[in-house]
Design a protein around this ligand. Structure first.
Ligand code: SF4
Length: 286
């Protein structure tokens, strides 16, 4: 996307009344016009300007400071493990762990200076390399100063499809997510688990995006001018037909079902759903 095309998309989003824009990729920090685009969002009074990055470039202090001074209000850091071995194996770049951690430290310092300590979050994508150590990773992220992290289960597209046999099936991943949720709760750290079916989220309903937010989020995709709903590409199965959570849960990605089928999914009764929602409300109160 050229600078002009990116600005056109940003203007369209601002005209649409969007209050939050995420600059993502690929990796947006390799774009020469990143500061210009961030400043352009700011000039249109977009309230939240998020940059999603591996933070390796932010290990350079002047780069990090310039991103904030251009108008970035949130940095969403992709970091997938607490060990150099696992992170470098996932990124396939030796030394990437140390660069990202140095970037995170610079972001923490810059956000403290800007009085915005809630402006940096971690994003971890589950894989065969990292899922067994999720609780330890949560503890490490908390120690780095992240107030909130997101755990994402992959959609089996591109590389995720190529390496699909290494990805734990959802029910197996759910066991570790539950332990990660317990760790986050004990540390008082925020956790957000996106795109994870409600019926597999027992023990972490209070962190599940569907039970927390419902499915009325809208994602704008300006490639080709399309604006589409967040659930595009997801499907319900026969198992969902009798499920009380169907109104808030979008099921699973079509590609994931093609590989994993509906193993482990089960319909939720009205009673099970209402006790899940009680857990969410209790989580909000604490
Ligand atoms: S059965 Fe289907 S609709 Fe119900 S929670 Fe599971 S995936 Fe979602």
């Amino acid at each position: 996307m050229t600078t002009a095309e990116a600005k056109k998309a940003i203007s369209a989003a601002a005209d649409y009344g969007v209050e939050r824009i995420s600059l993502t990729g690929g990796e947006p920090t390799i774009r020469k016009d990143l500061f210009e685009l961030v400043a352009f969002c700011k000039s249109l009074n977009v309230g939240m300007i998020q940059v999603q990055t591996n933070a390796r470039m932010l290990s350079l202090k002047p780069f990090c400071s310039r991103l904030f001074s251009s108008g970035a209000t949130e940095i969403f850091v992709s970091l997938h493990s607490h060990t150099p071995e696992v992170q470098d194996a996932i990124t396939r770049v030796k030394g990437s762990f140390h660069q990202t951690v140095a970037g995170v430290k610079n972001i923490m310092e810059a956000s403290r200076r800007a009085g915005r300590e809630d402006s940096v979050f971690a994003n971890l994508v589950v894989s065969g390399h990292n899922f067994a150590q999720l609780p330890e990773t949560v503890r490490f992220f908390h120690g780095l100063g992240f107030p909130l992290m997101e755990i994402e289960y992959p959609r089996l597209m591109g590389n995720a499809w190529r390496f699909r046999k290494l990805i734990p099936p959802r029910p197996q991943a759910a066991v570790k997510m539950r332990e990660a949720a317990e760790t986050a709760r004990s540390l008082g750290m925020g956790l957000f688990i996106d795109d994870f079916p409600v019926c597999l989220s027992e023990g972490f309903y209070d962190f599940n995006a569907y039970t927390k937010l419902g499915n009325d989020q809208v994602e704008l995709n300006f490639s080709g001018g399309a604006v589409k709903g967040k659930g595009s590409g997801k499907m319900h199965g026969a198992v969902c037909a009798r499920c009380s959570a169907r109104g808030i849960c979008e099921g699973d990605w079509e590609e994931n079902i093609r590989f994993f089928r509906w193993d482990g999914f089960r319909p939720l009764s009205k009673t099970a759903l209402s006790s899940a929602m009680e857990e969410v409300h209790r989580g909000h109160e604490t």
